[in-house]
Write a protein that binds this ligand. Structure first.
Ligand code: MSP
Length: 539
């Protein structure tokens, strides 16, 4: 039956904007690199929520495989005990601390996942997509991946070869395994990429995947029989499923695949899979091929972020130089933390963190440009109008420039953050607007106008202060997905909660409607949004 316009609308209303992070290995505690992807996903989802869309944000943990098993053994506990402890003591608390508003948290050891995974692979087996064979090759336990001999780095001895990502020796594995017929999917994948040019982003990631798939794909070994920490294959319980094939399915098992058809129809296909560039092939090649084999729709986009680097190397557990997210949030605060990495590093490229750069941005952009604007405005409304926001009765061209600046900022930020995942660009547009408002106040000099007690002078003063307050009303909404705590403080200090309702209810499409904040709102000098930094803690 042909779809009518009405069907399309119903469809659009029914589907949610569904964002996922990679599910993280729980062999250790989270570090800045994990938090980077998770914060990005949170901001993206909150942005869409602020657009008034129905959204769903999923994160979780990857708990099977040799890496976790070995870590647990080394610590003298069972792998399940190890995972339970790390999830409850390290991973979930960090996401709460960073204000991550995930709707679900999937763990691959949960039955809601393992039972569905078994059904999924059984289905592929029944369809003839899986066969038994043998494999031998170099394997990196850090990556949980067979490597190609050509990509390895030389080690300390002639026999030793290193993983190019972990720089640790690979192991030679030789096993009888089950295989997924990945090689059959090369042409179909290339066809799909051609028909969906935005499927893999950024362009560099897309090109890498295209080059990889254009060579012949090899079938994928999907089971292991030398250890048992994994999901048993339903037709041959001597084997457990390869951890990646198990893990990738979290995106559908958490969305109700095989258990809640209505929810699955609403969530799947996912709108965006956020991944680190190191795990791009799993998401842009293996996962789509598995979905094609199962007859399920493919995710709409896979977006790869770059790496946070330390001393020229990918930040990882071994080269962290002792920095945990909490070391930074205790100094800069959670909002500034969320701000800094997305503002300073163009999404998709690698970037380095430095105390100096963070401190400089904190001081000039957050404390001076933004925080000071908010406290100056509140102080002036307090001083000249006893805290009651006056009406703008004498608006002219200067005020029009501010209103136009807002409209432009909203348009740019909505496109860059909401569509392009160019967080740095979108945030820059919002902060350009903050600068414009600062410039407006510097030019209008309300502190001088205040001395003119004529009716005209007072009307000008009222108009200037109203304009700045109205600009801040919009800024609180625009920055809410990125910095929810300070936005809420600003929202309350403008008295907007009382007149306009909850900040979360404000939508992006009305944020540029000039004049929403009613005159008469009670403006109070709230807490300082971004206080002066203490001395840097000793290293
Ligand atoms: N468990 C797999 C993912 C399975 S998804 C079905 C995994 N886990 S991981 O914990 O090793 O890393 C997950 C992700 O963490 C990376 O792909 C990346 O998104 C993020 N990062 C880890 N280190 C990072 C940096 N130094 N910089 C930026 N992100 C990094 O791979």
């Amino acid at each position: 039956m042909a779809a009518t316009a009405d069907d399309t609308t119903t469809e659009a209303r029914r589907s949610a904007y569904y964002v996922t992070t990679p599910i993280y290995y729980v062999n250790d505690r989270p570090h800045l690199g994990h938090a980077y992807t998770t914060v990005a996903g949170d901001v993206l989802t909150r942005w869409h929520r602020q657009r008034g869309e129905r959204t769903w944000y999923l994160t979780g943990t990857d708990e099977h495989g040799q890496k976790i098993l070995r870590t647990a053994e080394a610590n003298g506990v069972s792998p399940q005990e190890w995972c339970d402890k790390l999830v409850e003591e390290a991973w979930k608390p960090l996401w709460r601390h960073l204000n991550i508003a995930n709707d679900d948290f999937i763990r691959t050891t949960q039955e809601r996942h393992t039972a569905r995974v078994q059904e999924f692979v059984q289905d592929l087996h029944d369809k003839g997509e899986i066969y038994k064979g043998g494999y031998s090759g170099p394997y990196c336990v850090g990556c949980e991946e067979y490597k190609l001999p050509g990509e390895l780095l030389p080690g300390a001895t002639e026999d030793e070869k290193l993983c190019p990502i972990h720089k640790k020796p690979v192991e030679w594995l030789e096993e009888e395994n089950y295989f997924f017929r990945l090689s059959a999917y090369g042409p179909k994948l290339l066809e799909f990429y051609a028909a969906n040019p935005d499927f893999i982003q950024p362009a560099s990631a897309r090109n890498e995947v295209l080059r990889f798939v254009e060579q012949d794909l090899k079938d994928l070994s999907i089971s292991r029989s030398t250890f048992n920490w994994g999901v048993p294959l339903p037709w041959d319980e001597k084997h457990v499923l390869y951890v990646w094939v198990d893990a990738l399915q979290n995106y559908i098992t958490a969305a109700g695949y095989g258990s809640d058809p209505e929810r699955f129809a609403e969530l799947w296909p996912a709108s965006v899979h956020l991944v680190g560039k190191d795990i791009l092939r799993f998401h842009a090649v293996i996962w789509p091929a598995m979905l094609m084999a199962a007859g399920l729709p493919l995710p709409k986009r896979v977006v790869a972020n770059g790496w946070l680097m330390v001393g020229g190397e990918k930040m990882s557990k071994s080269n962290l130089t002792g920095i945990a997210p909490q070391d930074l949030t205790s100094h800069f605060g959670v909002d500034a933390y969320r701000y800094y990495f997305l503002r300073a590093i163009p999404f998709g490229t690698d970037g380095s963190f430095s105390w100096e750069d963070f401190t400089a941005r904190y001081t000039s952009e957050l404390a001076n440009d933004y925080g000071n604007l908010a406290s100056r405005l509140a102080a002036m409304v307090g001083k000249y109008f006893e805290g009651r926001l006056p009406a703008a009765t004498a608006a002219g061209p200067a005020e029009q420039v501010v209103a136009d600046g807002l409209a432009a900022a909203v348009k740019t930020a909505d496109r860059k953050i909401g569509e392009d995942l160019d967080f740095a660009g979108g945030i820059a547009a919002i902060f350009e607007f903050v600068k414009l408002v600062n410039g407006y106040l510097t030019e209008q000099e309300p502190w001088k106008v205040a001395k003119d007690t004529s009716e005209e002078g007072q009307a000008r003063l009222a108009t200037i202060l109203y304009t700045a307050a109205e600009a801040l009303r919009a800024t609180a909404v625009l920055l809410n997905p990125l910095m929810p705590e300070s936005s809420q403080k600003l929202w309350e200090s403008l008295g907007a909660e009382a007149s306009l309702g909850a900040l979360a209810e404000q939508t992006v499409d009305t944020v540029a409607d000039w004049g929403r904040l009613p005159a008469g709102s009670q403006v109070t000098k709230g807490e300082i949004l971004f206080p002066r930094l203490e001395e840097k803690p000793a290293a």
